[in-house]
Design a protein around this ligand. Structure first.
Ligand code: ADP
Ligand code: MG
Length: 192
């Protein structure tokens, strides 16, 4: 990926996170502790401060900063999970892999760190089908939104929402919503 595309992707993601900060926390209120919007907004503010104040040689350098900032600035499960994802993405970018391969390494890191599989009502439920669509060249905004919406029907078995058991059904997973924003930003950045 070109440095400029990587930076554009992160800038678009930051815009969407800041715009949806309250909504993300609202989603995290009935099935969590109401901090997902604040967590992501804080993390992405730190990411943008770092990106805007440095020159980068490669997309991998950009993603390394994203990873470090998200891991260090976000308390809560989502920071280390997104941070690990960007660590996986950085590794593949260093080896000049494709966007699909980079994101696949990101998903593998999320699953390793969170020990979650598909259908547990976590961000894995958006990352997994989105990656299949990227591989087959059929990702669209509508599809992303449908995967996010589908997390409503799932009973949580990982993360805070799992404490609610059956009562987690009927609510969109907040980390899936923010992951949807990440992939909409990827499309808008022209990275695919
Ligand atoms: P916390 O749950 O610590 O308050 P956040 O509210 O920022 O952290 O993030 C919650 C989101 O993190 C969830 O909506 C879910 O998508 C994701 N998540 C939580 N636990 C896991 C896990 N074990 N594996 C993958 N994703 C997870
Ligand atoms: Mg939370």
């Amino acid at each position: 990926m070109e440095v400029e595309v990587a930076k554009r992707w992160m800038a678009l993601f930051n815009d969407k996170i800041q715009e949806n900060k309250d909504y993300l926390s609202e989603l995290d209120t009935p099935i969590g502790d109401g901090d997902h919007g604040g967590n992501m907004a804080r993390g992405m503010t730190a990411v943008m401060e770092n990106i805007n104040s440095k020159d980068f040689e490669s997309a991998a350098d950009v993603f390394k900063v994203v990873s470090m900032q998200l891991i260090s600035k976000v308390g809560g499960a989502s920071g280390p999970l997104y941070g690990s994802a960007f660590m996986g993405i950085t590794k593949v970018e260093l080896a000049n892999g494709s966007v699909y391969e980079a994101l696949k390494a990101g998903l593998d890191m999320i699953k390793k760190r969170g020990k979650a599989e598909i259908n547990e009502k976590t961000m894995v439920d958006v990352w997994t089908p989105v990656l299949e669509d990227i591989q087959s060249g059929h990702l669209s905004e509508e599809k992303i939104k449908s995967y996010v919406e589908k997390t409503k029907d799932i009973k949580a078995t990982k993360g805070r929402a799992s404490y609610l058991g059956e009562r987690s059904i009927g609510h969109i997973d907040p980390g899936s919503y923010s992951s949807g924003l990440l992939f909409e930003s990827l499309l808008e950045a022209g990275a695919l």
